[in-house]
Design a protein around this ligand. Structure first.
Ligand code: ATP
Ligand code: MG
Length: 439
């Protein structure tokens, strides 16, 4: 190949590549209608969090890789195979946060928000995990995370569960959600159980699925979580975590259950819930739905009393959960009506009229607070402008032509009835507020 054909080949390859650029696998594009669902969910949840006195934190999206390997645990799925880690230009290993608890604990400790205090925090934003993308499972996904510090008793665990239930009610999905609870006990009781489980499962190692065989060494409790039918069958006779609970953890769990019973919040104790991360102890829970197929866990959380110490702080009890907004959005999608983008649409004929429209719209936004005013800026015939006005969902179109600019009057067209009237600009605001306030 001569130099020219090499260069030509490179150019052609570049052009092809340019044509093919698409969203990165597992990263979702949210179109306006979908984004509105997320927004609605977030607004609803924020309102409820505020009503319980939770305060929002802004956590960085990037943290030191050590934070996750230390706090989430080397042998967890997240750290083993799901992190987006990279070296920055100075050679420091950084990671796009796969979850928020570790960063929240780091931040709270770094700013002295924990010692001798009780705190109720939340944060919202994207998390990143290198997983196999499928419905309800993406590589960038949205969470709202909630973390409480300094409260040891079961009443805060109960508050979190009552609060999540209130969230499902507000979103109209409470009928599709069920609560599964378990207690992991203390670190010591878990260690004793771990030993018993490993000794039981080692006897049937060859019958376990490949993942579980590996976990037998690295993270045996995760085997309880296995979805492989053969492994599940073997677990039926395995030792039960509940038989190993220490007395204090048992009391904590009983108290939580009594409170939930009194509040009439139904739940099921599921001894197989262990959660994926190392840091949990005592209470763990999941809110699950049958309406999303395999990706049925919408919210998961639990207690992590040892976590603050692990990052060098004084012993501080902690408990929290994370809600996956993408899965909630899937639940809401079928019945969701996206709202219109405009209340008033301004059509104009000719350049002077369009400039006039732009200034009139500014004036209107000062005086009609909250009204959504869209100026047609793309030119074209009046008929096609009014078609756009219809699509925008506006109630009213204003039509401004050359005559209107000189006369200081505007044509007001009701898009539902087709009625038209000429209104002076002096009367316009009063007229529009009357029309817009009528449903
Ligand atoms: P799963 O068992 O489904 O992998 P998880 O235990 O890894 O979930 P958590 O780390 O507890 O999930 O995160 C809390 C919530 O965040 C989950 O219940 C789920 O709703 C959501 N979530 C987790 N991973 C993803 C993902 N890859 N895509 C979309 N949502 C996710
Ligand atoms: Mg996972």
């Amino acid at each position: 190949m001569n130099e020219r054909s090499v260069r030509f080949g490179t150019l052609a390859a570049n052009r092809n590549q340019r044509l093919k650029i698409q969203a990165v696998r597992g990263m979702q594009d949210l179109l306006p209608g979908q984004k509105q669902i997320f927004r609605t969910i977030e607004d609803t949840l924020r309102e409820i969090l505020a009503s319980y006195g939770y305060e929002e934190l802004g956590l960085p999206v990037i943290e030191s890789t050590h934070l996750f390997s230390r706090l989430v645990g080397e042998a967890t799925d997240i750290v083993e195979k799901e992190m987006y880690s990279f070296d920055d230009r100075s050679g420091e290993s950084l990671t796009l946060r796969p979850e928020g608890t570790a960063g929240c604990v780091r931040m709270a400790q770094e700013h002295g928000l924990l010692f001798n205090q009780t705190q109720r925090f939340f944060y919202a934003g994207p998390m990143f995990r290198y997983e196999r993308p499928q419905k309800g499972r993406y590589r960038q996904f949205e969470q709202i995370g909630v973390e409480c510090f300094g409260m040891e008793g079961a009443s805060i665990d109960a508050e979190l569960l009552l609060m999540t239930h209130r969230m499902w009610q507000a979103l109209g999905v409470e009928g599709e959600m069920s609560l599964e609870l378990n207690s992991l006990g203390s670190g010591e009781s878990r260690a004793a159980y771990r030993e018993a489980l490993v000794s039981y499962l080692s006897g049937m190692r060859d019958d376990l699925d490949e993942d579980s065989q590996r976990r037998l060494q690295t993270n045996p409790l995760r085997i309880l979580d296995s979805k492989v039918p053969g492994t599940r069958a073997l677990l039926a006779d395995a030792p039960m975590l509940s038989d190993y609970l220490d007395e204090a953890s048992r009391e904590h769990f009983d108290e939580l259950r009594r409170t939930l019973d009194r509040a009439q919040l139904p739940y099921r104790v599921n001894p197989y819930i262990v959660r994926g991360l190392d840091y949990y102890n005592r209470t763990v829970f999941e809110w699950v739905t049958g309406s999303l197929g395999a990706q049925g866990t919408v919210c998961g959380g639990g207690r992590y009393d040892g976590l603050v110490e692990q990052i060098g702080g004084r012993p501080t009890p902690g408990v929290g959960f994370a809600i996956g907004l993408d899965r909630l959005a899937m639940m809401l999608e079928p019945g969701f009506e996206s709202s219109a983008s405009a209340d008033v649409y301004i059509a104009s004929m000719g350049d002077p009229a369009r400039h006039h429209a732009l200034l009139l719209a500014e004036n209107m936004r000062d005086r009609l607070t909250g009204a959504r005013i869209v100026v047609h800026c793309a030119g074209g015939k009046l008929k096609s402008q009014l078609k756009k006005a219809d699509v925008s969902g506006a109630k009213v179109a204003l039509i401004i032509g050359e005559d209107e600019v000189t006369s200081g009057a505007v044509t007001v067209k009701r898009l539902d009835t087709g009625e038209q009237e000429s209104v002076t600009e002096t009367d316009l605001f009063a007229r529009l507020s009357t029309i817009l306030s009528k449903e």
